[in-house]
Design a protein around this ligand. Structure first.
Ligand SMILES: Cc1cc2nc3c(=O)[nH]c(=O)nc-3n(C[C@H](O)[C@H](O)[C@H](O)COP(=O)(O)OP(=O)(O)OC[C@H]3O[C@@H](n4cnc5c(N)ncnc54)[C@H](O)[C@@H]3O)c2cc1C
Ligand SMILES: *[C@@H]1O[C@H](CO)[C@@H](O)[C@H](O)[C@H]1NC(C)=O
Ligand SMILES: *[C@@H]1O[C@H](CO)[C@@H](O)[C@H](O)[C@H]1NC(C)=O
Ligand SMILES: *[C@@H]1O[C@H](CO)[C@@H](O)[C@H](O)[C@H]1NC(C)=O
Ligand SMILES: *[C@@H]1O[C@H](CO)[C@@H](O)[C@H](O)[C@H]1NC(C)=O
Ligand SMILES: *[C@@H]1O[C@H](CO)[C@@H](O)[C@H](O)[C@H]1NC(C)=O
Length: 530
């Protein structure tokens, strides 16, 4: 009796939906969308296959690393660009039903392109339509869509108030979705900590297609998406952020010094301890001058206050930099963002609304953390190494201040107290071809190996938003937990286990997965039941 009923049900089902083996993934996807109540005229507006005329444009719109814009880069079978929450739910449910890998993209700045590239067949869910920004000055908060870019967010805050800001990254085209969910930071981190230290609420679509806010998702999941990476847990639609105060006048500077070992040496002892209003980033780069190779140190400063106060601080605490009054530029916070993003000094804030960067390079990044200053001898040999390697720059971002006051367990981002600097290894290049790519990527690896004795170890810490697939990946198969431990300890230290538990509870089938996602607990480690 039951068998008969089942048989007849399944035959009705296959008859009514008229599926056939020759149906393409697109056909199956469209049918599934329709079954999830997405109207047909909307489906054709949001689902692109490879023959759609705008497929390539949509795909390339948010590629931000030319390494993944070449003919050999694997392309998605389908791109979905939802504009309603129900479309996002349908995309999740249908990708799950059809058993296809889903990649989620906001600003596309992932350094390894993992928001839009995969080695298995995949589709992209691009959230660029979710980019509304509502700033509410009464509560000093804003809801910001994950497809918004940081520049748009800063601009919308500035429209409403000249004395509010948000402590996010300094590149205006970085996407909110990846940046915040990965624990994004900017040049106010010594004063205000990270973006994730200022979140009030969020909206996310989980693996069952539910749209959740902080209340309905619960504090565990809300904790996880404050630095654990959104892509392991769901599709983030928006974050509600708390704005931070910024003074009417801030001061910036940028100075360059050649082979300035003494200045860099002294700077290391002060950068994380100086006034919390001051953030000085230093970039060490090999350059050629009069046919001699040298190391140039570029010191870029952000001070939440005026130039005369800054002068007295640097005079007494960092005389080695030789900063003069003429080096300082006073301006409002929004103009300081333009300065940090290297726009010309006649550029207007409206440029922050531009969603397309001026240029896109081939690039590779890696990261490290420095816990003790490097000795003078160490710096001397480091400078030699920078010249020998040839093209890799090292960017030192000072910590301390607010960063060291917040416990590591407060958010998934664990690299707070005890770190003087986060170091980014950085190489950009313009020459096409695999030869160049191999050379320059190998240069970053060589520099990374060289730095081992100076930096954190056991684990050798790394920053999730500086995505680096060299430090370990998972195939999301049987060994995913052990594979995950390798990169997971580097990115999350002791927070990794909590992320795994939350992941296992919210997405036990590991639908939201990628090359470096949070794995689910091995089956034997889970509670049996249900
Ligand atoms: C030029 C440049 C400058 C940068 N400057 C800074 C900086 O100052 N400070 C800093 O902290 N970082 C900086 N970064 C790193 C940046 O924060 C990360 O690359 C960040 O992840 C980018 O977010 P995105 O949305 O643009 O990237 P995407 O490539 O779209 O996404 C990155 C990751 O997040 C996932 N993801 C994206 N959107 C969602 C979503 N809606 N829901 C769930 N998962 C999602 C993706 O699947 C992917 O795994 C910079 C990067 C670049 C290229
Ligand atoms: C589409 O669905 C049909 C019926 O389930 C299946 O036979 C076919 O292989 C699917 N096509 C693709 C490309 O997945
Ligand atoms: C691709 O999409 C178009 C609609 O944009 C559709 O007509 C066509 O059948 C699709 N191609 C495949 C192979 O599914
Ligand atoms: C990607 O490549 C295409 C074709 O070569 C080019 O037109 C486009 O500008 C490139 N985009 C990026 C972001 O590199
Ligand atoms: C370059 O190197 C030569 C030889 O070591 C030296 O004489 C010269 O002063 C150097 N030039 C600069 C600009 O440092
Ligand atoms: C802008 O920069 C130019 C060239 O660097 C300089 O000459 C000019 O004084 C600057 N203007 C302002 C307002 O700072």
């Amino acid at each position: 009796m039951v068998l008969l009923l089942l048989l007849s049900l399944s035959s009705i089902n296959s008859f009514s939906s008229a599926q056939s083996d020759s149906d393409s993934l697109y056909d199956n996807f469209s049918r599934c969308f329709a079954q999830n109540n997405v109207p047909n005229d909307q489906i054709s507006k949001i689902v692109y296959n490879r023959t759609s005329p705008s497929f390539t444009t949509v795909l390339e719109s948010y590629i931000r690393n030319r390494r993944f814009n070449v003919s050999t880069t694997p392309k998605p079978s389908i791109i979905v660009t939802p504009f309603e929450e129900s479309h996002v739910s349908a995309t999740v449910l249908c990708a799950k039903k059809l058993g296809i890998q889903l990649k989620i993209r906001s600003g596309g700045h992932d350094y390894e392109g993992i928001s839009y590239v995969s080695n298995v067949e995949f589709i992209i869910l691009d959230v660029f339509n979710f980019r509304s920004i509502e700033v509410d000055m009464e509560t000093e908060t804003a809801w910001v869509g994950s497809g918004a870019m940081l520049g748009e967010l800063y601009y919308r805050i500035w429209e409403k108030s000249k004395v509010h800001g948000f402590p996010g990254g300094v590149c205006p085209t970085v996407g909110v979705g990846g940046h915040i969910s990965g624990g994004g930071y900017g040049n106010m981190l010594r004063k205000h900590g990270l973006t994730v230290d200022h979140l009030i609420d969020a909206k996310i679509v989980d693996a069952t297609g539910r749209v959740l806010d902080r209340k309905s998702m619960g504090e565990d999941l809300f904790w996880a998406i404050r630095g654990g990476g959104g892509a392991s847990f769901g599709v983030i639609l928006a974050y509600k952020i708390k704005l931070v105060p910024v003074p009417e006048v801030v001061t910036v500077f940028r100075i360059e010094k050649i082979n300035a070992i003494e200045a860099v040496y002294q700077y290391q002892y002060i950068a994380d301890k100086i006034d919390n209003n001051l953030f000085i980033r230093t970039m060490l780069q090999p350059i050629t001058r009069n046919k001699n190779m040298s190391v140039r140190a570029t010191f870029t400063g952000m001070f939440l206050g005026d130039a005369s106060r800054l002068m007295s601080i640097t005079n007494s605490e960092l005389p080695e930099l030789g900063l003069k009054e003429g080096d300082f530029k006073e301006m409002s916070w929004i103009y300081s963002l333009l300065f940090w993003a290297s726009f010309g000094n006649t550029t207007k804030p409206q440029v922050l609304l531009n969603r397309t960067p001026n240029s896109v390079n081939f690039l590779k990044r890696k990261s490290d953390y420095l816990k003790t200053p490097i000795s003078k001898n160490g710096l001397e040999s480091l400078f030699e190494k920078i010249i020998e390697v040839g093209k890799v720059g090292l960017v030192f971002n000072p910590y301390g201040g607010r960063m060291s006051e917040i416990p590591d367990s407060e958010t998934p981002f664990p690299h707070r107290a005890g770190n003087i600097f986060k170091i980014q290894y950085s190489v950009n290049w313009d020459d096409e071809g695999e030869g160049a790519e191999k050379t320059y990527i190998e240069q970053t690896r060589e520099m990374y190996r060289y730095m081992a004795p100076f930096v954190s170890n056991d684990p050798r810490e790394a920053y999730l938003n500086y995505r680096d697939l060299d430090i370990g990946t998972t195939d999301n198969g049987r060994h995913s937990y052990n594979q995950g431990l390798v990169y997971g300890m580097k990115y999350f230290k002791d927070n990794f286990d909590r992320l795994v538990k939350i992941k296992t509870a919210i997405d036990p089938d590991n639908f939201f997965r990628n090359e470096q996602s949070i794995p689910v607990l091995p089956f034997r480690g889970r509670k049996v039941g249900k």
